[in-house]
Design a protein. Structure first.
Length: 424
């Protein structure tokens, strides 16, 4: 799925399909990508209510690009490649699955009508996942899992249990990733719908279709009366110019708020090595940290040999206003990690280089520390990086999203390995 050599200005080919709010065009001399064109059109109730809304195409395209860029950075497999113009974007060509996957955190809207007795505001934990078959004439009926696994879903045919599981897991992950990001903007993501498609070249299941302010319910400060999504349009009785301006302002507000998704503190991992001999393991830790987009600083220190210099280094990082995690790489008698822990309130992770002949002793010196110290110990570079990231994730939604994306990737990799084994 490498698109690095794709032409900067792809040439639009034939119209492949047209929906209520977008058009999809083929690209000349490129069977694996499409151009998606957003329209200045807003609809509700399966297009029974529809209006032109000047500027919506540009706003939707911008919102979509920001959401997908965030999800791509988190590691979610998507069809989005990049924004092409104010109203268009480049995407992987997919054979779409005609199902809407709706993830709900708060009970409201149509869920209450279909589930009498449930009070509005009921919080689903874990989130509630529903599937709806895309059929305007039948008003997009809800499908059970049994139906999804039994009835042909358009060109996608009858889906398998593994395909169902892949889409279900991704739907939940996408919701949780965006939910955390919106929470930082003081907004509650109430529910959202997504769609998937099979990449026509690789066969991979990708999150696809436009994700914009039509795709979710979003309440500022968690208050329904401060909703910012398309429900404002659905609730209108008189579509006056003034009322439609309010709808557009909400769309612009959401698009602007998405810029805050990239905001956050600089998270720094400080790898302190007991000696230059530990350079290789520190390089491995650094590599894993940088995959999670963490900043890394490496220093050579010895709590035994240059104690004063080590303490000065600790004091410097204690003074920084941004989050810092220390990873101590020292074997034998590991005084480095415990000394760091005794002189900082910052997290300290021991990752000793393990000598197989002296493995028990090397690890024990990092585990058996004096009372009052809270450093932890791991023995693999990847584990040290993931542990550091999980600490940052407590207060940084961007890091949390990357860890959640890694979970999704591991799940898919295991499913693929199992499938390949079964096919053998």
């Amino acid at each position: 799925m490498d698109v690095s050599n794709h032409a900067s200005s792809p040439v639009r080919g034939e119209l492949l399909s047209e929906g209520k709010t977008k058009q999809i065009y083929a690209i000349k001399d490129d069977p694996h990508h499409v151009i998606v064109v957003n329209k200045d059109r807003i609809t509700a109730n399966n297009a029974q209510t529809a209006h032109d809304l000047e500027g919506k195409a540009e706003c939707s395209n911008s919102t979509n690009a920001k959401v997908y860029s965030y999800l791509n950075q988190a590691g979610v497999p998507t069809s989005f490649v990049r924004k092409l113009s104010a109203t268009t974007y480049l995407a992987r060509r997919c054979r779409m699955v005609p199902l809407e996957w709706v993830t709900r955190r708060i009970a409201t809207g149509s869920f209450l009508k279909r589930n009498p007795g449930v009070k509005e505001g009921f919080r689903f934990a874990p989130v509630k996942l529903e599937t709806f078959f895309k059929d305007d004439a039948a008003n997009d009926p809800e499908w059970s899992k049994a139906q999804v696994l039994s009835v042909p879903a358009g060109e996608a045919g009858v889906l398998t249990e593994r395909q169902y599981s892949t889409m279900a897991s991704a739907s939940v992950a996408v919701f949780e990733i965006l939910e955390r990001a919106w929470a930082v903007q003081r907004c509650t993501l109430i529910d959202m719908k997504v769609e998937f498609g099979f990449d026509t070249e690789t066969g991979d299941l990708l999150l696809s279709d436009v994700i914009d302010n039509d795709s979710w319910r979003l309440w500022e400060n968690g208050k329904k009366e401060l909703m910012k999504d398309k429900q404002v349009y659905r609730n209108l009785k008189d579509f006056t110019v003034e009322e439609m301006v309010k709808v557009k302002l909400n769309y612009l507000w959401v698009n602007e708020k998405l810029d805050g998704f990239s905001d956050g503190p600089e998270n720094t991992v400080v790898i302190l090595m007991g000696s230059p001999a530990d350079l290789a393991i520190s390089e491995d830790i650094k590599k894993h940290c940088e995959k999670l987009l963490l900043s890394v600083v490496r220093r050579v220190m010895s709590a035994h040999k240059v104690t004063e210099e080590t303490l000065k280094t600790v004091q410097y990082y204690n003074s920084l206003p941004t989050p810092v995690v220390f990873i101590a790489v020292a074997g034998r008698s590991n005084g480095l990690g415990p000394v760091l822990s005794g002189n900082t309130t910052l997290p300290v992770i021991n990752c000793p280089p393990v000598n197989k002949k002296e493995q028990t002793h090397d690890i024990w010196s990092s585990l058996s520390v004096p009372s009052g110290l809270g450093c932890s110990t791991v023995i693999y570079p990847e584990t040290a990086a993931l542990h550091a990231a999980s600490i940052f994730a407590l207060t940084d939604h961007r890091v949390w999203s990357r860890l959640r994306g890694l979970q999704l990737q591991r799940e898919r990799a295991l499913q693929k390995s199992d499938q390949e084994l079964q096919e053998e």
